[in-house]
Design a binder for this molecule. Structure first.
Ligand SMILES: Cc1cc2nc3c(=O)[nH]c(=O)nc-3n(C[C@H](O)[C@H](O)[C@H](O)COP(=O)(O)O)c2cc1C
Length: 211
């Protein structure tokens, strides 16, 4: 639930210098990862919890990051979406093997849907095949056979033939607003370094953790 107080707290934390430092370091590492030949630099494990407490994890792609948080796109009727409705909190984990003897980034926080207009803009930038796929796939539901999915793809190709493909209402982005960002640096012959940034109360702090 988003209360006025938590909104104000989050907005205040955007300008917190320690939070800004954490984000700046993340973005620097991301651009190094992109340049390093890392095969999927934006792939991140997303862990969510079901209503009964069972945890699921899967890979999603990081599509935007700014002071408001980390954005990924998915089906709003998928298993993960159902879990995010039950528990609007999640954890992300990223591995960059090519960087500095391995870097791991862990991020935790509250998750919310992004604005429809933001999802529209991103959806419009996607390849047409992916746009049709977003209409055709009932993500996480049972698929009797591949032919059923191909038939749905053909159906939507026909429906949108000759025009733009609009964003399906069941597809869009989520933003994880971090309250914890941990950078883990591998050190080949020594102990690894863990640097944890976290928001405690209204303010961000940072500390080293034992590896
Ligand atoms: C490299 C990679 C990138 C992926 N990116 C996404 C993504 O951005 N969004 C998404 O919904 N699923 C993505 N997937 C598929 C998910 O891992 C997962 O199978 C799907 O979202 C269904 O998850 P759920 O049933 O837990 O909701 C990706 C899979 C891989 C291997």
């Amino acid at each position: 639930m988003t209360s006025a107080t938590s909104d104000n707290e989050s907005k205040a934390s955007y300008t917190d210098p320690v939070y800004r430092e954490a984000l700046a370091r993340f973005r620097e590492l991301l651009s190094e990862a992109r340049a390093s030949g890392e095969p999927e630099p934006t792939a991140m494990t997303l862990a969510t919890a079901a209503a009964d407490g069972r945890i699921s994890a899967r890979i999603v792609l990081l599509k935007a990051v700014d002071e408001r948080g980390f954005v990924f796109y998915t089906n709003y009727e998928s298993a993960k979406a159902e879990q995010l409705t039950a528990h609007a909190n999640a954890a992300l984990c990223i591995l960059w093997k090519m960087l500095h003897d391995v870097v791991q980034v862990r991020v935790e926080g509250a998750v919310e849907k992004i604005a429809a207009a933001e999802s529209d803009t991103y959806f419009a930038s996607r390849q047409r095949d992916s746009q049709i796929g977003a209409w055709a796939s009932r993500q996480s539901q049972t698929l009797r056979n591949r032919t059923d999915l191909e038939a749905r793809i053909a159906e939507f190709e026909q429906r949108f033939a000759g025009g733009d493909v609009p964003r399906p209402p069941h597809w869009g982005g989520y933003r994880l607003r971090p309250d914890m960002i941990e950078l883990w640096f591998g050190q080949r012959a020594r102990l690894h370094e863990r640097l944890r940034y976290e928001r405690v109360g209204g303010a961000w702090g940072k500390r080293l953790l034992q590896p």
